[in-house]
Design a protein around this ligand. Structure first.
Ligand SMILES: [Zn+2]
Length: 312
């Protein structure tokens, strides 16, 4: 476990939900801030007849055992919840990723009979739109086996007609309860989208098509000197953009409204193997400048006949 790499890994975009996972990454750290903040008399005031514990968070089991200094073996024994709702689906992904980055992945496999039975149907609990990058294989990152993840991978994890159609299919016809748009550390597609237009225009048309889907998200990146931090911010900004576009999809909107699915963003850190999730509106919010750049992009695309259907 490379805990030394993980402890201060959040330079930007730290938010409550992400911080919880970040806490999970400071493996072996002695105590939580919350525990530090308890006044000496507070424990005495807490009696068995006056429970003061707040309602458990969706992923409290994972957070709780890690806070208590769980061993790798304890994490390995964590059971994935039966993911038949959005909350449990997210928890199953977090639990699986914790096993993966903790070095205790189960790499679930099926018996020959179980595999044959899969011919009948598929019931993936999660849909993940990730990057084609060879270092980011979705099932491995979430420690899931055959039939658990409806995986869509395209350079830069962009929303465009084919990826939208795949997601719509899964949301409409399969029993998935979460859609994750997952970017990753050092994404080459995002890096290419950050190049000057003159350089991007030297790429073949289909590559330009992909890069054009990313460009609006990096139109107003904050000035960050550190290259790694700037790159991270660019990838997260692209995730926010793609989640924004996805949430405008009528099929996804309807399923979200019905409570069948939730849509979240995610950032996979290659070095540690850990995924940070972007779940709340604050974590997923685009700046006014980014929204303006998206509107501009939609206008440009609308004038380009070959790309006239890419947005919903
Ligand atoms: Zn990538």
């Amino acid at each position: 476990m490379k805990s030394h790499e993980n402890i201060n890994r959040r330079a930007v975009s730290v938010t409550a939900g992400v911080a919880m996972i970040c806490g999970a990454l400071s493996w072996g750290q002695t105590t939580s801030h919350a525990a530090d903040a308890v006044a000496p008399g507070a424990a005495a005031a807490t009696t068995r007849t006056q429970p003061v514990q707040p309602a458990p968070e969706p992923d409290s089991l994972l957070a709780e055992i890690i806070k208590k200094g769980a061993t790798m073996e304890e994490v390995a024994r964590l059971r994935d919840p039966v993911a038949n709702n959005p909350v449990d689906a997210l928890r199953a992904l977090k639990t699986g990723n914790a096993r993966f980055y903790g070095g205790v992945a189960r790499r679930p496999d099926l018996s020959a009979n179980e595999r044959r039975a899969q011919i009948l149907s598929q019931t993936p609990f999660a849909v993940v739109l990730g990057c084609s990058d060879s270092r980011v294989p979705t099932e491995l990152v979430y420690d899931q086996g055959l039939g658990s993840i409806f995986s869509i991978r395209v350079a830069g994890n962009v929303i465009e007609p084919a990826t939208s159609g795949s997601i719509e299919y899964a949301v409409e016809h399969l029993k998935s309860h979460i859609v994750v748009v997952m970017g990753h550390e050092g994404c080459g597609a995002v890096k290419a989208a950050m190049l000057p237009a003159a350089q991007r225009n030297k790429e073949p048309a289909n590559v330009r098509f992909l890069l054009d889907r990313i460009v609006p998200s990096i139109a107003s990146l904050p000035a960050i000197r550190d290259d790694k931090a700037r790159m991270r911010e660019a990838v997260i900004s692209n995730v926010r953009l793609q989640v924004h576009l996805l949430k405008q999809n009528p099929v996804v909107t309807q399923a979200t409204k019905n409570g069948k699915i939730t849509v979240v963003g995610a950032y996979y850190e290659i070095g540690s193997g850990a995924v940070d999730f972007l779940e709340t509106p604050e974590e997923l919010r685009l700046s006014a400048a980014e929204l303006r750049a998206i509107a501009q992009q939609v206008r440009v695309s609308a004038n380009a006949p070959q790309h006239s259907h890419q947005d919903h």
